[in-house]
Write a protein that binds this ligand. Structure first.
Ligand SMILES: [Zn+2]
Length: 327
């Protein structure tokens, strides 16, 4: 969103990034004008619509098939309060008259720079879809699988309050993380996640995050350890030099993975682009888990074809593990 704004909406001069109010923000180049693009989060109202004893989930016309979520909309200037706003959205999108049965919570949705204000709305009448929606479905409470993004957290909290143990979060949403690849149910790999994506990783039941990137790697997250530990996950940092991977790094990684497996913990391993990780994971599986080399390589090649430095590192590790032939 920020990237789209190039010119000052007050005086049309170019905007440039600078320090304003303690953060990097776009601001007008003309000191007299003084415009700063604060880019504050936008309030969005969301409804968990209860209708005929079930919850209505809907698919926006712009979403891929199979993707359903809550009824949401921007809080409008003329809405007297968020409760009225959410009832207006339910009527516009589903053609249903509703009443607010309870406030569920506030949820930050960083990727969209929104603050979601979620309500439980009980509605009556016949559904008539508004033009923003492509389809809808009724889902029994106990069959709703929460998704680890935006309104999915509101759904989980609401189910818990209804006395229902929610189904585990839908892991398909983790595929949005850069170069994501699930190796098996206990081993997920990817490039650098954002703080919001780490929240999703935690919601999906991951116990341990292992980071093979350097603190100075592309897109590195400041204070990643603090972010991960605050989410209740364990954090291991094994920095691997991109230009100079070392056998010692691989041994340390394999020892860590063996400990996680022995403890039955589920692990999310990442670096900057999943290149270091896909190489180390391939070697660990081939050398220590008895996974056939071609099978382990398939997951590696799904991410990249190693460059000369990494191809020779991989060959050296495989060769070192081969038993020496007795002549
Ligand atoms: Zn200006």
């Amino acid at each position: 969103m920020t990237a789209l704004l190039k010119y000052c909406p007050q005086c049309s001069r170019p905007l440039v990034v600078g320090e304003h109010g303690g953060a990097q923000r776009l601001a007008c180049t003309d000191a007299q004008c003084g415009y700063v693009h604060w880019d504050n989060p936008v309030p969005v109202v969301a409804a968990i619509v209860e209708h005929q004893g079930q919850v209505i989930l809907a698919r926006n016309a712009l979403w891929p098939s199979g993707m359903f979520a809550l009824i949401t909309g921007f809080l409008e200037k003329d809405d007297p309060n968020p409760e009225s706003g959410v009832l207006r959205e339910v009527e516009e999108e589903l053609g249903l008259k509703g009443r607010v049965a309870g406030f569920v919570g506030h949820y930050p949705f960083e990727r969209m720079n929104q603050l979601i204000i979620a309500y439980h709305v009980v509605a009556e009448g016949e559904v008539v879809l508004g033009e923003e929606l492509a389809e809808y479905k009724h889902v029994p409470f106990e069959q709703i699988r929460p998704w680890p993004a935006g309104t999915g957290y509101a759904v989980r909290d609401w189910l818990l309050r209804q006395g229902i143990t929610p189904l585990p979060f839908d892991r398909r949403f983790l595929a949005r993380i850069r170069n994501f690849r699930a190796i098996d149910t206990n081993l997920l790999t990817a490039g650098q996640p954002t703080a919001e994506e780490l929240t999703a990783v935690s919601a999906c039941g991951v116990d341990t995050v292992i980071n093979l990137a350097l603190s100075t790697s592309d897109h590195a997250l400041a204070n990643e350890r603090a972010v991960v530990e605050k989410l209740g996950m364990r954090y291991l940092h094994i920095p691997v030099e991109w230009e100079q991977p070392r056998r010692q790094d691989l041994l340390q990684f394999s020892a860590a993975m063996a400990a996680e497996r022995a403890a039955g913990r589920s692990v999310f391993v990442h670096c900057a682009a999943n290149k270091r990780v896909s190489s180390f994971v391939m070697l660990d599986r081939a050398l220590h888990l008895g996974v056939p080399l071609d099978e382990a390589e398939r997951d590696l090649h799904a991410i990249w074809q190693p460059d000369p430095i990494w191809a020779s590192f991989i060959q050296a590790q495989l060769a070192a593990a081969r038993p020496v032939a007795n002549n």
